[in-house]
Design a binder for this molecule. Structure first.
Ligand code: UD1
Length: 422
């Protein structure tokens, strides 16, 4: 298994290009199942999660080709052969469940494995099921699989979600595009990836309004057609690399970054003493002066502070002046990076969903282990700021969500290399 060796090396300077959003691409790809005509995505990120979604769509009979070094994904679902998403693929990646809504809408049936426990919490699918049932689907759990049917077709309905789940919003919106009549989804998630999905669905002929607000209205249509769509910038990759000059010093420009994608995160950085300014090509980040100050963080659905940046923010707080409290409200059990950071000399106490971090003058390099995607990159950030060498093992987690991490960080002066394992 490969690992990544990072050596603390002082300030970082230069530019980092930000890729298309993994989480947007993972919901845009299943949208191909809604139409017989081709759907082409540009600005796709080159990630193992995208390969997993490719394999899943191919297992359903979709044609999926990766062009231009993976940045373009051309898909066609004119000849689907299966409506079953197998456990073998779903267990690798929870986002596999996003085929449920589209399959049900187009074929009136779908069989999708439940994802099972995942390292950052239980992550059930009850909100997806409730929403699709409101549209008239009948869903049963058998042998670990959700068996969904809508023999008479889906019908528009008014439905209020108990919690603004991102995936459930995506599944329900996709399903409603082909339902008969109007669907009003209340307490919908407002994430930029949902706005991106709706923009793509609209290009395919869907009639949707209200995306980006908590009420989305979908007027069902008989069929959707082909489209080409550019994937939105990855706000989590953006936020992660914004932390690089914050934790190491220097000044880095994030190409393709937009303030509207990271407003609450940038506000926290500002309060911590890190300036974020818009440039013609993206966002520029630098410390305002000296050491970063401790700030408290509570993770919330968009537009709040994203849970997917909590681990990386914790790495910054480990070296900040003062004590910060990080409260994780989206997932239970999402502090597995904390004991690894402690191995690097951090001072962190975790009680339930709250971590109290007292900043230290300097972290020390150590061998550490990545436990999930965002945790792994938080350890790399910590390694960049630490004295000596840090080896992060199990980097397959990183490959799920960060393309060319070594190249991007080397480009701004970091000392980082990938060590090939057996
Ligand atoms: C998406 C993102 C993930 C991000 C998360 C929250 C993708 C591919 N992944 O995940 O990176 O961390 O949003 O911003 O876009 N829940 C239920 N029942 C359900 C569905 C969810 O209880 O039916 C719970 C989950 O267990 C979790 C919380 O709701 O505690 C948030 O989940 P959700 O918003 O659905 O996240 P995902 O779509 O899985």
């Amino acid at each position: 298994m490969d690992s990544i060796l990072v050596t603390g090396n002082g300030p970082l300077n230069g530019q980092i290009p930000i890729a298309g959003a993994k989480n947007a691409c993972l919901t845009l790809m299943p949208a191909t199942l809604l139409s017989e005509e081709p759907l082409t995505l540009t600005n796709a990120p080159r990630l193992s999660d995208i390969k997993t979604m490719t394999a899943l769509l191919q297992s359903l009979g979709a044609e999926v080709s990766s062009l231009q070094d993976g940045q373009v994904i051309a898909m066609s679902s004119h000849n689907l052969t299966s409506q079953t998403a197998d456990y073998d693929i779903v267990r690798k990646m929870r986002a596999s469940n996003l085929v449920l809504g589209p399959l049900l809408a187009r074929f009136g049936q779908a069989v999708v494995s439940l994802p099972g426990g995942c390292a950052i919490g239980a992550r059930p699918m009850d909100l997806h099921v409730e929403g699709l049932e409101a549209l008239g689907a009948e869903i049963e759990l058998k042998d670990g699989y959700l068996h969904a049917g809508a023999p008479g077709g889906l019908k528009g309905a008014v439905h209020e979600m108990r919690f603004a789940s991102v995936g459930a919003t995506e599944n329900i919106v996709m399903a409603a595009t082909l339902a008969k009549g109007t669907t009003v989804l209340k307490n919908a998630a407002r994430e930029p990836e949902i706005v991106d999905l709706v923009e793509c669905l609209r290009k395919m002929g869907a009639q949707i309004s209200g995306e980006g607000s908590s009420t989305i209205e979908i007027q069902g249509v008989d069929r959707l057609h082909g489209a080409t769509h550019q994937v939105v910038t990855d706000r989590i990759e953006l936020g992660t690399y914004m932390l690089a000059p914050a934790i190491c010093g220097g000044e880095v420009e994030l190409l393709g970054g937009r303030m509207s994608l990271v407003e609450s995160f940038a506000a926290k950085l500002d309060a911590a003493g890190v300036s974020v300014t818009e440039t013609q090509n993206g966002l520029k980040v630098a410390r305002k002066n000296g050491r970063v100050q401790a700030v408290d963080v509570v993770t919330e659905p968009f537009p709040g502070f994203p849970t997917d940046l909590q681990a990386q923010m914790m790495a910054l707080m480990c070296t900040a002046e003062g004590t910060s409290v990080l409260e994780e409200r989206i997932f239970e059990n999402r502090f597995m990076h904390a004991p690894e950071l402690v191995r690097m000399g951090a001072n962190i106490e975790v009680h339930g969903g709250t971590a109290t971090v007292t900043g230290v003058e300097a972290l020390k390099g150590a061998p550490v282990m990545a436990t999930d995607l965002r945790a792994s990159v938080s350890l790399i950030l910590a390694g960049l700021a630490a004295e000596g060498e840090t080896t992060v093992s199990r980097v397959y987690h990183l490959d799920r969500g960060y393309e060319h991490v070594v190249r991007k960080l080397e480009g701004v002066g970091a000392k980082i290399e990938r060590i090939k394992g057996e």
